[in-house]
Design a protein around this ligand. Structure first.
Ligand code: SF4
Length: 366
């Protein structure tokens, strides 16, 4: 290896830094090794490193130890030479850490904003979600993402723009593709094609149910939709999620790493349902992924200006006979607080004495 050689963590490896040591995982096979934290810090730098820098970065190491470690890392393909690491493209790219992000979602417009490629290139995100908002050739863009630092790719499309899409072809072209979600389809349908989960959704919803949430230890403490997620709009604006109201600068004028790690940005991760109006009264809160924009009150409670499509006070979903909006049944959830207008509520409840009290097992919740 030449001393000027530029190396970096290989794309299919992830590092978790611990208190006294770190673990590096190979993503395909799940193989793992332990590393001293000094090495992990070097490998976690998305810009990689030069061999000549190592004695300075590892001051307590002997030259021979560094050589042995390098051989070990190369032999196991944990590090590899970087390509064009000093090209203007790379230099100009935003300095994003390779902290482990649960989900990075990006809205893709037509033409595709090429700056995204530089931004995404330095991410180490478990899941990449792309939202295609217009009719476009922009899907071609996904084929160039295969070597980026994420484990799985999910794409979200609107049927109105991609009616003629060949799902089989798409599935075979994009290696890490794990899910395709198509909204505004003529009917609801779910299937698995080449291990890719395909969901066709007639009407998109601002929340969805997943029984997998029940297995998460911190489901009660965090909002599982927002937690660990960062979103970049088509114009480069940074947000918590596609529907979020708050913005945190753009990828052009803000260090996305600072945003992701800031308290302001992470606040919504802890919007646990017991503190969210209405959800705290909902029997589905343990399986619900709530995607609505949420706002926090000074007293630590949360509310949303959007209803979801379930009314827990009437045990009914939008479209069912017994359904009314929250407002229609006397439930008020605003910046000022939560209240139930008792007379209106009792009148509504009196008219609907037979609202279902438990999950109808025939109902398709997912
Ligand atoms: S009220 Fe229930 S179904 Fe609606 S978003 Fe909250 S937890 Fe989900």
């Amino acid at each position: 290896m030449h001393k000027n050689q530029h190396l970096a963590l290989s794309y299919n490896f992830l590092i978790y830094k611990g208190y006294s040591r770190s673990t590096v995982f190979e993503k395909e096979m799940g193989q793992h090794w332990y590393l001293p934290n000094e090495w992990a810090e070097i490998l976690m730098n998305p810009k990689g490193f030069r061999l000549e820098e190592l004695p300075q970065k590892l001051p307590t190491y002997k030259q021979e130890e560094i050589q042995n470690d390098l051989l070990f890392l190369r032999r196991n393909k944990i590090i590899s030479p970087t390509i064009n690491s000093t090209t203007p493209d790379y230099q100009e790219s935003i300095n994003i850490s390779n902290y482990f992000i649960d989900c990075c979602s990006v809205t893709i417009s037509n033409p595709v904003n090429k700056n995204f490629f530089n931004t995404l290139r330095n991410f180490q995100s478990k899941r990449l979600e792309l939202y295609f908002i217009s009719k476009s050739k922009s899907l071609d863009f996904t084929q160039s993402l295969g070597n980026l630092n994420f484990e799985t790719l999910a794409i979200n499309l609107d049927y109105n723009h991609f009616k003629k899409l060949n799902l089989n072809e798409l599935a075979s072209k994009i290696k890490k593709l794990s899910a395709i979600r198509i909204i505004n389809t003529p009917f609801n349908h779910s299937e698995t094609l080449n291990r890719i989960k395909i969901q066709k959704i007639k009407k998109d919803s601002n929340h969805e149910f997943s029984f997998k949430l029940l297995k998460l230890a911190d489901n009660d403490e965090h909002n599982q939709y927002y937690k660990g997620r960062i979103h970049i709009n088509a114009d480069g604006t940074i947000k918590n999620a596609p529907n979020s109201l708050n913005t945190f600068g753009t990828i052009y004028n803000t260090d996305i790493n600072d945003v992701f790690n800031s308290q302001d940005f992470q606040e919504i991760w802890k919007a646990k349902k017991s503190k969210v109006d209405v959800c705290s009264d909902c029997e589905f809160r343990g399986i619900c992924i709530d995607k609505r924009p949420l706002k926090k009150r000074p007293n630590g409670t949360w509310y949303s200006t959007e209803d979801c499509n379930y009314n827990p006070y009437l045990n009914s979903f939008k479209g069912e006979d017994a359904y009314l909006t929250l407002k229609e049944c006397g439930v008020e959830s605003t910046k000022q607080g939560f209240k139930i207008l008792v007379d209106q509520f009792i009148a509504v409840k009196t008219e609907r004495p037979n609202a279902a009290q438990q999950i109808d097992l025939n109902q398709n919740l997912l």
